[in-house]
Design a protein around this ligand. Structure first.
Ligand code: PBG
Length: 328
């Protein structure tokens, strides 16, 4: 019997393939994470992330200019803070004259239309390298003491002009806490994109190198999620919705496409995914060895994250992918 059904007919030409394509990437989908360092006129490549740099503020603004010219409109800067400014309570995180907040304000002055998402977590500013307050004796991460710090950090970021606050710390109740602090201070227009399901992942290694933000002791397993769990992500989702998150995120992306899909099926909020540093590094390393075609692999990965259910993607590939999209 010859086949009655021939799905290949829908693949027979480029035009037909494009016509029936279910998922498309555009530069509207990208949020570009950037690493910010002290100083002037310097760009230093992250050794584990070829093509990704740590920028001084002036160079970071140039980089944003280049990305904007390619159609990228949203950015997520992360700071590398001098060790001398780190302390147990991450006080530098709320300093309006500090590196991060001054640069955020500068970016918004130069590019009023771009969207800036700021990161809320203590690790870049904490002498302990943890996202929350560490109890000096027990070494425990103190949830409710952390909320106080995170709220002040978020408020300072809103004052600096952040459009979206991105709590990446995974403390319980932080979305509601931050929403309340923002609303009581006339920042009800500032959005919250919650890192809803952030896993305790080995894929953050290159990021911690770039910012020198690895925990000094222990790991992050008492607040970041166990990679084995999916239903727990839906519990976090329900809480973030109740607490007033505007957008939710799954992080990392590639080993968690099933989680992205599950989250998408259970919410009406926009879903984002963070294609993290280690995921970037793997593709770059394989491409540099000539083991995969870097450009095609990049586009396939980004498309897959969208197909799984992400409405937007935080990705270090943003500029490179925008160049590919521009070429068509
Ligand atoms: C900090 C933070 C991390 C990342 C984003 N925000 C690292 C961590 O939790 O240790 C990782 C991003 C990446 O790997 O690209 N709270």
């Amino acid at each position: 019997m010859l086949p009655t059904h021939r799905p290949r007919r829908n693949r027979k030409s480029e035009v037909i393939r494009n016509m029936v394509q279910e998922t498309n990437l555009t530069t509207n989908d990208f949020i570009y994470p950037l690493f910010l360092i002290e100083g002037q006129n310097q760009t230093i490549e992250v050794s584990s992330m070829p093509g990704i740099y740590r920028f001084t503020a002036d160079r970071l603004i140039d980089e944003i200019g280049q990305a904007v010219a390619l159609g990228i409109k949203a950015f997520a800067p992360f700071p590398s803070i001098n060790d001398a400014l780190k302390d147990r309570l991450a006080k530098e995180s709320a300093n309006p004259e500090g590196l991060y907040l001054k640069t955020v304000a500068d970016i918004k002055r130069q590019f009023p239309d771009v969207v800036i998402m700021t990161d809320v977590a203590m690790d870049p500013y904490s002498s302990d390298g943890h996202d929350g307050v560490v109890d000096a004796e027990s070494g425990e991460i103190l949830n409710d003491a952390s909320l106080e710090v995170l709220g002040q950090m978020a408020l300072a970021q809103a004052r600096a002009g952040a459009d979206i606050i991105g709590p990446s710390d995974m403390m319980d109740g932080r979305v509601a806490w931050i929403r309340d602090v923002l609303d009581r201070n006339a920042f009800s227009h500032v959005s919250i994109m919650s890192y809803t399901a952030k896993y305790a992942s080995a894929f953050y290694g290159p990021f911690r190198d770039a910012l020198d933000s690895a925990p000094k002791k222990g790991d992050k397993k008492s607040y970041q999620m166990n990679p084995a769990n999916k239903r727990e992500a839906l519990r976090e989702l329900a809480l973030d919705e109740q607490e007033g998150a505007d957008m939710v995120m799954v992080k990392p992306a590639l080993s968690y496409l099933d989680v992205i899909h599950a989250v998408k099926e259970h919410t009406h909020l926009p879903v984002t995914a963070y294609n993290v540093s280690g995921e970037y590094a793997m593709i770059k390393a394989a491409a540099q060895n000539g083991w995969v075609d870097g450009e095609k692999t990049m586009m396939e990965v980004l498309l897959s994250i969208k197909r799984a259910g992400a409405d937007a993607i935080l990705t270090y590939f943003a500029k490179e992918a925008a160049e590919v999209l521009r070429r068509g």
